[in-house]
Write a protein of this length. Sequence first.
Length: 164
Amino acid sequence: GFVPSVWIVIGPIGMSMTLFSTLPVVTQPFLDTWNSGFQALGMIFAVSMWGVGLWWIVIASLYSLLHLAKKESKIPFSLGWWSYVFPLGSFTTGTYALNDLLGHSFFAVAGFLQFIALIGFFSLVLTKTMIGVFNGSLLLSKSPQLYPLQQKLITKTIGLRFDS
């Protein structure tokens, strides 16, 4: 469904944090006179984006939890669940880059906590993906009329047999 896609927004936020945090480092060799300006620009924008990203993570988490709290609602596993993992990885990378720029222990601890969460999400989604591939459930369309054709193609291609 739609719920995992709410997390995708965090990816560009994390990449922009990484960009602004590393800008002073990569421009110093050839724009040394401008370096202090790039450092100030990097700090302002990266910290601002970190705040926006944290806010979005809170909003996305609340949206996901509220969706799960509905009795008739659940989030069925699909490859869309990877949109929990990659944006969080991007945000974690941005947090570590911000730590390198500022050298403040707060961002080192925040990055570590994000990394632990990332490992958890990654492990869960990887496990569910592998199970779905090995039992064939991720390889089949959600359209029942296509099952016989898909099963035949999957059996022919990778040798996975479906018991009827």
